[in-house]
Design a protein around this ligand. Structure first.
Ligand SMILES: *Cc1c(COP(=O)(O)O)cnc(C)c1O
Length: 391
């Protein structure tokens, strides 16, 4: 492992402080390193590997597609892209989708669609309202609506006209609305920011505000979507529908793919031929991953499974908070939960790695639990046995 790590450090741009482990293969909810050590995975490659590892049905579909056709560009139609789009429309509640290669690129498209919508309406609006502690990605547009000083400062000036409101404080959002506001962007459940769920009144209040003021509502479902909260997309449990939804992470089960969805109204008044594009987006290989993932979600009722195991995880984490001084608070729902510690999360995460448990943090003192969505109660027990020992 040491040899690999040295080679990596000598050849990659040093943008990540990686954990000292070289992963080689995965099976179910377990990963194995090059020395053969086994890890229980409660990180899922940052909420990506919803179906775990080496799923034979997904793998079979991908292998078939590799032999058939990997790439076409968007100059032509391809069947996989249409299948994926129709499946995604069915579950996302949107009317049109655009495929991207990542989450940040989905948000770039969403912001452009909102700007174009305002431009076409002829109202000249260009401002965005985003939330404090938000995370929307690392490219310049998505970074502009991300409220995290360390991520932003070295790259300023970012795009102008972005204001940050307090999450779950409707009055603070209202105070930022001007006659130039074109869209409000938020995560219904903030992931990177520390696992904070939007309150129902906040979501419905934003919807009402947007309707009254002619503002578009953008939900970033990149992390909290795809079944993680127990409904296919987090917004669906609030009874308020956004105008634009962005998706990525688990939608391709590990194949890099994202998407943004628009309602018919926004699709008709925003992006037109020539306005936006991407060479890979909607690539047949990535789209087979999306279509097959969605098919598996339906046939195995992954959302029902998340609700069941998520309820058990909630119960067990609440017990841990009651019994263990180092565990201060539980946050989140389903299989996107946070455990706030009374100490920095980094030490606990390093100790967990030694114990064969993969964990990640959200901000400095929160353990973020985003396991593959296929975990069973016994895996929750196994994780907690290790975590209790460490804490
Ligand atoms: C991960 C994430 C992104 C960025 O996705 P990338 O694929 O890393 O570009 C954007 N928004 C949210 C909420 C995320 O969790």
């Amino acid at each position: 492992m040491k040899e690999y790590m040295e080679a990596a450090d000598g050849s990659l741009v040093h943008t990540y402080n990686r954990f000292p482990v070289v992963l080689e293969r995965g099976e179910g909810v377990y990963l194995y390193d090059t020395e053969g050590k086994k890890y229980l995975d409660f990180a899922a490659g940052i909420a990506v590997s919803g179906l775990g590892y080496a799923d034979p049905e997904l793998g079979g579909a991908l292998k078939d597609q590799i032999d058939r056709l990997m790439h076409t560009s968007n100059l032509y139609y391809n069947t996989a892209c249409v299948n994926a789009a129709r499946a995604l429309i069915k579950v996302s509640g949107m009317d049109r989708v655009f495929f991207t290669n990542s989450g940040t690129e989905a948000n770039e498209g969403a912001l452009k669609a909102a700007r174009k919508y305002a431009w076409k309406k002829g109202n000249g609006r260009y401002e965005f309202i985003a939330m404090k502690d938000s995370f929307h990605g690392r490219t310049m547009g998505a970074l502009s609506v991300t409220e995290h000083e360390a991520y932003r400062t070295p790259f300023e000036p970012l795009i102008p006209g972005v204001r940050f409101a307090e999450f779950n404080n409707l009055e603070s959002v209202k105070a930022l609305v001007t006659d130039q506001t074109c869209a409000i962007i938020l995560e219904p459940l903030q992931g990177e920011g520390g696992i904070h769920m939007a309150e129902p009144e906040f979501m419905s209040g934003i919807r009402k505000l947007c309707d009254e003021e002619g503002i578009l509502m953008i939900c970033d479902e990149i992390q909290c979507g795809m079944g993680r909260t127990g409904s296919m997309f987090a917004w669906q449990s609030y009874g308020t529908k956004p105008d634009i939804v962005t998706m990525a992470k688990a939608i391709g089960s590990g194949v890099p793919v994202g998407a943004f969805g628009l309602t018919k109204e926004v699709a008709e008044y925003s992006l037109e031929p020539g306005d936006h594009g991407t060479t890979y987006g909607g690539n047949p290989f990535a789209c087979v991953a999306v279509a097959k993932t969605l098919e598996i979600f339906e046939t195995r009722d992954i959302c029902a499974h998340v609700r069941e195991v998520g309820a058990y995880l909630t119960e067990q984490l609440d017990r841990l908070v009651n019994e263990c001084d180092a565990a201060a608070e539980r946050r989140g729902v389903g299989l996107i939960q946070g455990l706030k510690l009374t100490r920095p999360a980094a030490d606990t995460i390093s100790r967990a790695l030694e114990e064969g448990l993969l964990l990640i943090s959200a901000r400095s003192d929160v353990i973020r639990l985003v396991p593959p969505l296929i975990i069973e109660k016994e895996h929750v027990d196994e994780m907690l046995l290790k975590l209790r020992k460490i804490l």
